[in-house]
Design a binder for this molecule. Structure first.
Ligand SMILES: Nc1nc2c(ncn2[C@@H]2O[C@H](COP(=O)(O)OP(=O)(O)O)[C@@H](O)[C@H]2O)c(=O)[nH]1
Ligand SMILES: [Mg+2]
Length: 252
């Protein structure tokens, strides 16, 4: 493993802001004189706002697949994931050949295609053997409307870690659109979250409390960081957390 190279993998549901964050975070890094490589691994994206150092669409894109294999968009996305798995060796080699010290990886719109298909596991698995990788799970605040939803995001974050075997951070993107102070408090403190869950009733309450106990056992510190990919709010905190994670790997 290179002692100096780092990699950030941006994951999250469609529309959560992965592509925007990849672009804006790279710009923010460039102001710190960090020249990150930008990698697009979404074979179904029409256009991207950044100039990619590696773009999967050069070898796999859903329009060619739809034409060639007479598939609709959904079938083509799944076929693209299969092809990405088959070509994962070549993809990883081309990414690691980019002569930069940091890689920002923008992943497919539909997170499940990357996470629950072998392609993502193969590609990130190979990359993390060479560079210090961290996954960032992006969540749209529209989905964080109750304490239970926050628990769900934290569990999903754990699943990302379990599947990709990288450290993970969860970020609530689109902070600029947030109006509820309650949600910010709940994502900032497990104590406040636990109290809010005690206030609900039924099966969800007991199950959510048990889940929090497990989460606290595994990751004692809360990790949902509010950011805005469009305004840059929270980038400094995010960068600080990334450094903490990289230092914990004992490599920096
Ligand atoms: N207000 C606001 N909109 C955002 C933010 N990040 C992304 N968006 C918008 O959300 C939409 C989806 O973003 P995109 O980066 O394409 O999401 P992806 O599918 O996860 O790659 C676009 O219209 C973005 O302009 C943010 O921080 N604030
Ligand atoms: Mg995208």
């Amino acid at each position: 493993m290179s002692r100096n190279k780092t990699c950030i993998v941006f994951l999250g549901p469609a529309g959560s802001g992965k592509t925007t964050l990849t672009h804006r975070f790279s710009y923010w890094l460039s102001e710190l004189n960090i020249d990150a490589a930008l990698i697009n691994l979404d074979p179904a994206v029409r256009s991207i706002p950044y100039s990619a150092d590696y773009d999967i669409r050069a070898i796999i894109n859903i329009w060619d697949i739809m034409d060639r294999e007479k598939l609709g968009p959904n079938g083509a996305v799944i076929r693209a994931a299969e092809l990405m798995e088959v070509k994962s060796g070549e993809i990883v080699k081309n990414i690691l050949n980019i002569d930069k010290n940091m890689y920002l990886i923008d992943t497919p719109g539909q997170m499940e295609i990357f996470l629950f298909h072998r392609s993502g596991v193969e590609i990130i698995g190979a990359i993390r053997r060479h560079v210090k990788a961290v996954s960032i799970l992006l969540i749209d605040p529209k989905t964080l409307i109750s304490p239970v939803e926050i628990v769900v995001v934290e569990l999903l974050n754990l699943i990302v870690r379990l599947k990709l075997e990288t450290p993970t951070l969860a970020v609530m993107n689109k902070f600029d659109l947030i109006t509820s102070k309650e949600i910010i408090k709940m994502i900032s403190s497990r104590k406040i979250l636990r109290k809010a869950i005690r206030g609900i009733s039924g099966v969800q309450r007991d199950l959510a409390l048990k889940c929090i106990a497990i989460l606290t056992n595994i990751t004692p510190v809360k990790t949902i960081v509010p950011i805005s990919a469009t305004t840059g709010k929270g980038f400094e905190e995010l960068y600080g957390l990334l450094h903490e994670v990289w230092c914990e790997c004992g490599e920096t």
